[in-house]
Design a protein around this ligand. Structure first.
Ligand code: UGA
Length: 445
């Protein structure tokens, strides 16, 4: 099938390459001409394992084409994927400017029946909004259908999640569109494509759920909100553990053995961040309020998460007293490992607070090498973890990068001026560190 993917961000690029790889002709368009010319040269703006090779091979096969002409991309295709950004406004409501612009352009470019599919995470009711805008801007009477098809990709595992999804959700009021969507995704549903053969992640078959567009939109928000709730819940239990002398690692292990609870997304720490959970939980709470429904759980989930970051600062004060002039080495910065994304990363709040209190902060992250925009100026970025802890009064781990499990703590002990460790992800070997003479503080551990 001929598919146009509008937006070559993280979702659009991964979706485009996946559709090309399973046998479709894909045009990825973006109004950012610089981005398109880089992509044509094989320069990928984001790091995702396996993505670069897949983009290159499909580009060479011409199953994946990059273009800056959105209208011509729409005209040449049967299915249009909308994969543009919906950043949060200060109120928590997502900004739909990019979606509206694209819908207008689609209206003006319709030259036959097309399916307009939304993959961006959009407020409930956006499928209907897109339909209305297209209709208002249509210069002819061509038929079209709207489909909501949310994405469930995780940063750092996006390629795997795209090819081997746990479910495909199709929300549409049109039987014709649903039939076409089933054909489009047939190789993915049956896991019958070259990249899957011999891949350890291959599934028997991928479940597909057909529903109305509003329910589909809510599945996306409710899934992210549920996962965020699970983490905030566990963090609250971790805080109780600290008060009563229990250990969160044992508690979550014991809870997770109950298959109704499960062991995933049960890691206590300094809280969730990134470009999805914070935005989506706020947006769902906003929608609930807009429609007169009470979002007290969601609001509590956000509150617990905002507080959780400050646990690190409280612990630092407990260990060091006055923070002014103290040297603090921070390991990690990205909101989770295997990504350079620092959007709404808990580390940012923690470091900003340390800086505000007058600490000298040295940061080492395996991939984030410069001061991100959301981090106040003043932290020193160093090239290796040992430089971060030289003469430090405190080491704080905020992101559980795999390489931190291999650190030489004998060397670290020699380098530090006081032997304090706060492990914001319960990632290090508490017993070994205590045996070495470190003062170790985890989260509920
Ligand atoms: C999340 C969802 O997991 C994806 O299914 C969804 O498609 C995506 O948002 C999206 O809406 O685009 P992502 O933001 O990449 O994916 O990150 P996660 O791996 O879910 O982690 C989110 C945050 O939760 C991170 O800050 C992580 O450190 C934290 N976390 C995760 C915990 O604190 N504890 C855990 O047990 C798990």
């Amino acid at each position: 099938m001929k598919v146009c993917v509008i937006g070559t961000g993280y979702v659009g690029l991964v979706t485009g390459v996946c559709l090309a790889e399973i046998g479709h002709d894909v045009i990825c368009v973006d109004k950012d001409e610089k981005k398109i010319s880089s992509l044509k040269k094989g320069i990928i703006p984001i790091y995702e394992e396996g993505l670069e090779e897949l983009v290159k091979s499909n580009f060479e096969k011409k199953s994946l084409v990059f273009d800056s002409g959105t209208s011509s991309g729409i005209e040449k295709s049967d299915i249009i994927f909308i994969c543009v950004g919906t950043p949060p406004l200060p109120s928590g409501k997502p900004d739909l400017t990019a979606i509206d612009d694209v819908a207008r352009m689609i209206g003006q470019s319709l030259n036959g029946y097309k399916i307009i599919l939304n993959k961006s995470t959009v407020p409930i009711g956006t499928a209907k909004r897109i339909r209305k805008i297209i209709k208002e801007n249509q210069e002819n009477g061509y038929e079209f259908d709207i489909v909501s098809n949310p994405e469930f990709l995780k940063e750092g595992e996006a390629v795997k999640d795209a090819f081997f999804p746990e479910r495909i959700v199709i929300g549409s009021e049109s039987e014709k569109a649903v039939k076409i969507m089933k054909e489009l995704y047939d190789p993915l549903i049956k896991q019958d494509f070259k990249y899957a053969s011999g891949n350890s992640n291959k599934k028997e078959e991928v479940p597909i759920l057909i529903t109305d567009s509003t329910s589909s939109e809510l599945i996306k928000y409710a899934s992210n909100a549920f996962l965020a709730t699970k983490i905030s819940f566990v963090n609250e239990v971790a805080n109780i553990c600290e008060r009563i002398g229990a250990n969160i690692l044992d508690v979550t292990y014991g809870m997770g053995l109950d298959s109704r609870i499960g062991s995933r997304f049960m890691k206590a720490g300094i809280g969730w961040g990134g470009s999805c959970f914070p935005k989506d939980v706020r947006a769902l709470s906003y929608t609930a309020e807009e429609y007169g429904s009470n979002a007290s759980i969601l609001n509590a989930v956000i509150h617990v998460n905002n507080q959780q970051r400050f646990k690190i600062v409280q612990k630092a004060v407990d260990l060091l007293g006055i923070i002014d002039d103290k040297v603090i080495g921070v390991l990690g910065l990205s909101f989770k490992p295997n990504t350079d994304d620092t959007r709404e990363a808990p580390s940012i709040t923690v470091i900003n607070k340390f800086l505000e209190l007058g600490a000298e902060v040295r940061v080492y992250d395996p991939v984030v090498k410069e001061n991100p925009e959301n981090l106040d100026k003043g932290a020193v970025f160093v090239e290796d973890p040992y430089k971060a802890v030289e003469n430090a009064n405190l080491l704080v781990l905020v992101t559980e990068w795999e390489e931190f499990s291999k650190l030489d703590f004998d060397r670290i002990k020699d380098l530090m001026s006081a032997h304090n460790i706060i492990d914001g992800r319960n990632f290090l070997d508490k017993k070994a560190l205590k045996d070495m003479g470190f003062k170790y503080m985890g989260i509920g551990n």
